[in-house]
Design a protein around this ligand. Structure first.
Ligand code: IMP
Ligand code: MG
Length: 182
């Protein structure tokens, strides 16, 4: 791990410190899997919807920690620059193929920052008539209170810009098995 830290310099940005090691992430996700498994039953038709791209590793590890029948889908939402944050508009570039109607849906997000993404996506998915809709976020910076707080949060994260384990800086660093600050 330390040699990756040394070598991962891109765009003049250098990793500062490892915030969550691979082992710490793994252990926390196993715990979250147990909690989620206890919260639903086998007849709930559980559907995990991962928000791409950032959640791709988290979803992959989380579903393997859940001991229930479930299905997996993803969605891609267009993200607007900070300048357009208040446009109130969220565009889905890829919409889940699976119907959400009468299913127990968990929206899986990598990190909650301003909360804008979740505040817009939750009502949009809610309108599709799931029997329940919960949010599961690996990281939460606790900068804001969301309209609907995630029921499951992996870690209360530092306010730093974080990369690795799915999180990117200009599309780089997503593959790192740990989470580091830039
Ligand atoms: P929000 O809508 O401001 O809550 O931000 C949500 C999205 O911004 C996340 O899904 C991430 O893709 C991205 N993001 C926010 N904070 C970070 C960070 O510290 N590192 C990498 N991506 C981030
Ligand atoms: Mg991102």
């Amino acid at each position: 791990m330390p040699n990756l830290l040394e070598s991962n310099q891109l765009g003049g940005r250098k990793l500062q410190r490892v915030v969550y090691t691979e082992e710490v992430i793994h252990n926390r996700i196993q715990e979250m899997g147990v909690e989620i498994s206890a919260a639903y039953g086998p007849d709930d038709r559980l559907l995990l919807v991962g928000l791409l791209k950032g959640s791709f590793l988290f979803v992959a590890d989380l579903v393997r920690a859940i001991d229930l029948p479930l299905q997996v889908d993803f969605l891609v939402a267009a993200s607007y620059g900070a300048r357009k944050k208040s446009s109130g508009d969220v565009r889905l570039l890829y919409d889940p193929e699976a119907s959400l109607k009468d299913r127990a849906v968990i929206l899986v997000e990598d990190i909650v920052d301003s909360g804008a993404t979740l505040n817009r996506l939750v009502p949009l998915l809610e309108a599709r008539g799931p029997s329940s809709l919960e949010v599961c976020a690996l990281l939460h910076k606790r900068l804001v209170t969301l309209d609907r707080e995630p029921r499951w949060v992996g870690f209360d994260a530092p306010k730093d810009f974080l990369v690795g384990y799915g999180l990117d800086y200009a599309e780089n660093f997503r593959h790192l098995p740990y989470i580091a600050s830039l």
